[in-house]
Design a protein around this ligand. Structure first.
Ligand code: HAM
Length: 427
């Protein structure tokens, strides 16, 4: 028989883990609200051209990682590898730039990259991200970095490092590239095959190579920050200044360049000591030319995205646990008549917003109480055939073990009161 498995690089998120995901998503929404971001939802696939133009043809994402296909009319479409290009397109298409000076948008959803799968790296993965469009001030760069760090703290992540750099703008980038090329040109033989390829097409990306042999050699690389133009230098200085006054610790990483070509000036990543090789839980930066590249009036912007798989992995590695949603009550009828009564009660209780389960099976009472234990309910309400006669059931406290006779008439109110008290105490 054929065995069906998930496609390589994808995974199922089973209910036990979903509790962590929901916690992360909920916290992120709360933090996004605090910073006045509004949600935007864009399609999962876009015209391939958007990503070619937006992300840059010489990046790994475009040259080897896209899930592209032709639709029935022969149009080339691509499953989104990231969210920024789509948000920029939607912002332009909706003419938001004319309506509001600053658009602060957040998004979430699956992204697709044909990468070599490993721990924390998937072909379908999930991001939540923020974009500030119309963001001229260096304050905005800082705000998204502070927001990201604030969020990670709120979900209990520890041992994070914020890394920042400036990759310059179209004025100084050619100078940076030339500086790098003139240094690397004499030493091309010391570099790996990937770096040799990048030398012509995208020399900045060489800085990001993880090959140990290249890394040994990179110690001698010139620092690119001293060739930034005056405007980029000032911006970089202002970002650091804001970070300092907001007391956010960061490290300057002159070799941080990121894998997408739209970045200008600030780039940043947040790195975790609990992730292994794929240690960036979040990445972002400024992209002042993307909107113009996509045909709009120039509009500076800055943003970031974090990977949910990685955030959850850190929580698991750090043993951060969250309370999973549980039913409050198990209805345990014994026999057919009791089952009918329990069905009626279940219906009424659920309409009073009491989360419950009903064990309608013909199993014994002790088996049903085991189910109550497994579900972690606070109470079981046992309806035996005998008790039907005097229209009563037994409410069993699954923590203390005590049992109390309560009539069908009173049970609705009794459970509702207890549940409300429990909710107040466990907020
Ligand atoms: P990125 O660095 O490519 O940036 O991705 C952001 C985050 O998504 C990474 O730090 C990582 O946590 C997660 N991630 C990326 N690829 C994978 C993968 N294959 N498997 C699991 N997780 C992954 C961007 O996507 C930019 N759009 C961020 C941005 C927003 N820049 C400005 N605005």
């Amino acid at each position: 028989m054929t065995k069906y498995t998930v496609p390589r690089g994808t995974r199922d998120i089973l209910p036990e883990e979903v509790a962590l995901w929901q916690f992360v998503e909920q916290k992120a929404r709360e933090i996004f609200d605090l910073y006045n971001f509004r949600e935007i939802r864009t399609p999962i696939f876009e015209h391939t051209e958007l990503f070619l133009r937006g992300i840059g043809e010489n990046t790994d994402i475009i040259s080897k990682e896209m899930y592209s296909f032709q639709d029935r009319k022969g149009r080339s479409l691509t499953l989104r590898p990231e969210g920024t290009a789509s948000v920029a397109r939607a912002y332009l298409e909706a003419g938001r730039g004319q309506r509001e000076p600053l658009s602060k948008l957040w998004y979430q959803g699956p992204m697709f990259r044909y990468e070599r799968p490993q721990a924390g790296r998937y072909r379908q993965f999930h991001q939540m991200g923020c974009e500030v469009l119309g963001a001229t001030s260096a304050y905005q760069d800082t705000e998204v970095i502070v927001l990201a760090q604030h969020f990670f703290e709120s979900i209990g992540l520890k041992d994070l490092e914020v890394h920042i750099n400036s990759v310059g703008c179209p004025t100084c980038r050619p100078v940076i590239k030339e500086r790098l090329k003139s240094f690397l040109g004499d030493n091309l033989d010391s570099l790996c095959a990937d770096c040799r390829k990048r030398f012509e097409a995208n020399p900045l990306r060489i800085l990001d190579c993880k090959n140990p042999q290249c890394n040994e050699f990179f110690v001698m690389l010139p620092d690119i920050s001293d060739v930034l133009c005056a405007e980029c230098k000032e911006h970089y200085h202002d970002v650091q200044n804001y970070l300092n006054i907001m007391r956010l610790k960061y490290k300057i990483k002159p070799r941080l360049v990121r894998g997408l070509d739209y970045y200008t000036k600030t780039v940043f990543e947040i790195i975790s000591a609990h992730l292994g090789a794929q240690n960036a839980v979040c990445g972002g930066g400024r992209y002042d030319n993307l909107i113009k590249e996509l045909g709009g009036t120039p509009s500076p912007a800055v943003g970031f995205a974090f990977g949910l798989e990685r955030a959850v992995l850190i929580m698991q590695n750090q043993k951060v646990s969250v309370r999973e949603h549980r039913p409050y009550l198990l209805l345990a009828p014994l026999g057919e008549n009791a089952g009918n009564r329990a069905a009626i009660l279940a219906n009424k209780l659920r309409r009073r917003n009491i989360p419950l389960e009903i064990d309608i099976s013909s199993r014994s009472l002790s088996a049903k109480l085991k189910t109550a234990d497994r579900l972690g309910v606070r109470y079981a309400y046992i309806l035996g055939e005998d008790e039907l006669v005097d229209k009563c059931g037994q409410l069993k406290d699954m923590q203390g073990g005590s049992q109390k006779k309560i009539s069908f008439e009173k049970i609705l109110e009794e459970i509702e009161n207890r549940y409300q008290k429990y909710r107040r105490e466990n907020k």
